[in-house]
Design a protein around this ligand. Structure first.
Ligand SMILES: *[C@@H]1O[C@H](CO)[C@@H](O)[C@H](O)[C@H]1NC(C)=O
Length: 233
């Protein structure tokens, strides 16, 4: 009984100490370097070292908050890249919570692998990505038309109001052929802008994998395949 009590109070003391340290490092940073805004500050497996994100990059700071470095923390026992875990977690959103009805759906082959794309019709990298995506097979692509450029709003709504959204979108993004349908239906275009903002998508294109992993940019088809393989998707 006494042993149990001691064990319990020890573990409590430990938890509190760990928490206090994160708070202490945070306080030290805020006080001494208020311009260095590190988010998600947390303990690591390495004593006295804390991880966090700075400009969406994983960084490490020491206990006295006087030094910071960027690099990979590898657990020697199994050669595991702990920094990678943090980077993946930092870049992950809840795929299942995406309102897929607000996206243009494209199915190829058996459609087994899923991707969500946030794309603006007037963004050159989005056009490039569209070409890359065309090389993927056995995939379902949900394209959220994300009109971050003001001149994209009207054609985006017209795409949505077209009899065949998928065809109208492809024509616009790949061939630069403007949709002819009037923008007179209910569209998710404004909702998509809200959604993207909520997800922290400050640019286009964004690619979200079915496990929630998010990357930005015109990824080549081979890179997308590689990510699928890495995550076993
Ligand atoms: C560990 O993962 C990070 C984040 O993905 C990556 O930038 C880094 O190159 C990796 N380090 C090694 C040694 O593989």
């Amino acid at each position: 009984m006494l042993k149990q009590f001691i064990a319990l109070s020890l573990s409590l003391a430990f938890c509190t100490a760990g928490f206090a340290s994160v708070e202490t490092v945070k306080a030290k940073l805020a006080q001494q370097y208020p311009n260095v805004k590190i988010n998600n500050l947390q303990t690591t497996e390495m004593q006295g070292l804390y991880s966090g994100t700075l400009d969406s990059q994983i960084v490490y700071v020491n206990e006295d908050a006087q030094h910071l470095f960027i690099g990979s923390m590898i657990r020697l026992k199994d050669q595991h890249n702990l920094t990678k875990d943090l980077a993946v977690k930092e870049n992950t959103i809840d795929f299942k919570a995406l309102p897929l009805n607000d996206a243009v759906k494209t199915v190829r082959g058996n459609g087994k692998r899923q991707l969500a794309i946030f794309s603006d019709p007037n963004c050159p990298y989005c056009k490039t990505l569209e070409g890359n995506l065309a090389k993927l097979n056995d995939v379902t692509i949900y394209t959220f038309i994300y009109s971050i450029k003001a001149q994209s709003i009207l054609p985006s709504k017209q795409v949505w109001c077209s009899a065949n959204k998928e065809y109208a979108w492809k024509n616009l993004i790949q061939n630069g052929i403007k949709p002819t349908a009037p923008a007179n239906c209910a569209t998710p275009i404004e909702r998509n802008l809200e959604l993207g903002k909520k997800l922290g998508l400050h640019g286009t294109p964004a690619i979200i994998f079915s496990n929630g992993y998010k990357v930005m940019g015109a990824y080549p088809a081979e890179e997308i395949e590689k990510i699928w393989k890495n995550f076993g998707l």
